[in-house]
Design a protein. Structure first.
Length: 302
């Protein structure tokens, strides 16, 4: 029995890892790395091809209205309608960066491969959920599309809080970039799902809830010094601002959008520059100075 116990413990650990692909691990078996390489590349291609295809083509099947992604966006004008050019460029850059992330799975550096594999399960799920969202969105299944976004939001949020210390070449394309988009898309698709032309209440709600983008972005900037989240949300806020401006010049929504974009961008720069130069952000130095002042009497010689 004593000889079997170590084997039982090892088997139990292996089963736990197999059952829970999202478990946090410091290392990965060669077979797991191969699996991550295949699934990550295949699901990323599925996400990219689907997004690009339905950017220019509408689906042929479905019982409801069938339109391209941006035809849906402009058919249902709301307080969260986005500018097709800015958001398309956002996704183009994100897809390119994600290809760079995938390339790190094929690195000869073991630490780099382990770091890339650590976020692999969540990234694969994100790709599948993004594919499902696009398929539902272009077929006007907005309620189901919103449910998919909610699931992905929890998936990416879990990923962020469990793996927020990895290098930026992993964090931006696999974590913060998709998370920022999913947060904004919740409002974008949600506004379409409850769309009613000329609804004053919807406009008022949009004027209020748009500020959650600022609160959400500032949380990550101040709490985690994550300038990537700040930058992603500032770009998406700019997309909202441009679309709202061309929709209705005399309105609050585009003013709010550009205000949010400006604040997020300024704080992003305040965090990014010290990070790139190896210095502390201004409020970190103030906190350190305050902490030193509080400790000074205790450190004084008697």
């Amino acid at each position: 029995m004593l000889l079997l116990r170590p084997k039982f413990v090892i088997l139990k650990c292996l089963l736990r890892h197999l059952v829970n692909p999202f478990a946090k691990r410091d290392s990965h078996a060669p077979s797991s790395v191969i699996t991550y390489k295949i699934l990550t590349l295949v699901t990323w291609l599925l996400s990219v091809v689907t997004t690009v295809y339905y950017t220019y083509n509408s689906p042929d099947d479905g019982a409801y209205a069938k339109r391209t992604i941006w035809h849906q966006n402009y058919h249902y004008y709301s307080g969260f309608t986005q500018n097709y050019l800015i958001t398309s460029l956002y996704w183009l850059v994100l897809f390119i960066l994600q290809l760079g992330y995938i390339a790190h799975l094929f690195s000869r550096n073991v630490e780099t491969v382990n770091a890339a594999c650590s976020v692999g399960s969540h990234f694969i799920l994100n790709n599948l959920l993004h594919f499902a969202f696009v398929m539902l969105f272009v077929r006007s299944h907005f309620i189901w599309a919103e449910i998919i976004l909610i699931i992905n939001f929890f998936n990416l949020t879990s990923l962020y809080f469990r793996h927020n210390t990895y290098p930026r070449f992993i964090h931006l394309p696999a974590v913060s970039g998709p998370l920022a988009w999913t947060f904004v898309a919740l409002y974008w698709n949600g506004a379409i799902a409850v769309y009613h032309p000329g609804n004053l209440v919807a406009r008022i709600f949009a004027n209020v809830f748009i500020w959650s983008i600022l609160v959400y972005g500032m949380f990550f900037i101040l709490a985690y010094k994550d300038y990537t989240m700040g930058f992603c949300l500032s770009v998406l806020s700019a997309s909202l601002g441009v679309a709202q401006f061309f929709r209705q010049v005399i309105a609050f929504q585009w003013i709010f959008s550009f205000t949010i974009m400006s604040v997020l961008f300024v704080f992003t720069v305040l965090v990014a520059l010290p990070a790139w130069t190896g210095r502390d952000v201004p409020w970190s130095r103030q906190q350190s100075a305050a902490a030193d002042t509080e400790r000074a009497p205790l450190l004084a010689d008697p």
